[in-house]
Write a protein that binds this ligand. Sequence first.
Ligand code: KIV
Ligand code: ZN
Length: 376
Amino acid sequence: MDKHKTIFDTTLRDGEQTPGVSLTNEQKLKIALQLDKLGVDVIEAGFPVSSEGEKQNVRAIANEGLSLDICGLARVLTKDLDACIDCNVDMIHTFISTSDIQRIHTIKKSREEVLSMAVNAVDYIKDHGAKCMFSAMDATRTDLDYLIEVYKAVEEAGCDIINVPDTVGVMSPSSMYELIKSINNEINIPIDVHCHNDFGIAVGNSLMAAEAGASQIQVTVNGIGERAGNANLAEVVMCLHSIYGAKTNIKTEYLLETAKMVENYTGIHMPANTPIVGDNAFAHESGIHTHGVLEKSDTFEPGIMTPEMVGHKRRIVLGKHAGKHAVKKSLEDMGIETNEEQLDEILARIKDIANRGKRICDADLRAVTSAVLGKN
Ligand code: KIV
Ligand code: ZN
């Protein structure tokens, strides 16, 4: 895999298309500032033609002087492109359906018409001095020869980067690899991928696209987006860094705070077992695991990814699977010393409480410990 990949975040556009999510302009600006702090390369700030409010918001973000590039989304229609140009964005992401199913049933255009509309849009964007990304919507269900013909035509027209959207998330990691390889063999401009998560493999598909030569990956914070969402930013970035040895500009220590901000603003809650940024991502309960981790953290953690790397904390959880080492460590953290006999008794009482289906919190541990120490 190439050593460096750029990250294009579409939380504010595809992410906001999550059913039930609507962000205020203030929240969108705060998310944009956070993504800048995180080190994202490009953000898709919105779809300016969709409403006057959206347009004002994209313009406000574009005028904020952030270090990342601001992109606006536009169909290949002049009114959409003009709305982006009015917002003063750095990049315009223009798209049109290329698959037969979408072309025939939604836009009702012939293949020739689609190709010429795409080329005209790219010409228009370049005449207005913005960077241009072109998406063949539903690329992964488009006839490959025609898809390559369209990408070649937009490259010829001066497009800066092409996007390959897996619009309805139907690719497998190996088919994504093959598709990106085939496109890469024919096209000389950079390739970006946009994978949807309908089968839960958007991250895997994005990584295989990156292996096949895509240099930019589209993501959203917490994987939010249309239907089952998009590839998850934290997961894509940490896999690239820790598993593939690739680099991005992401300052991974801000991943958790970014995820929490978006969780808060969108109301889309992350399950505790969410990789990397979930509450349990670095939590240990069973006696065997906590004993190992307290001795050396890599025994039951990946090691190539630590909680500190992603702004998280390791947590030892007391529950019915807890062991002596976990209880001892929790008590030490509270500044409490016990002898072996007391520790055994505290552990027994903790397990007893947990076996009755209760979660153990610090107050429970303190109460149990006081009772045991008072008794002895
Ligand atoms: O999923 C998709 O195809 C999109 C396009 C606008 C790129 O979101
Ligand atoms: Zn999408």
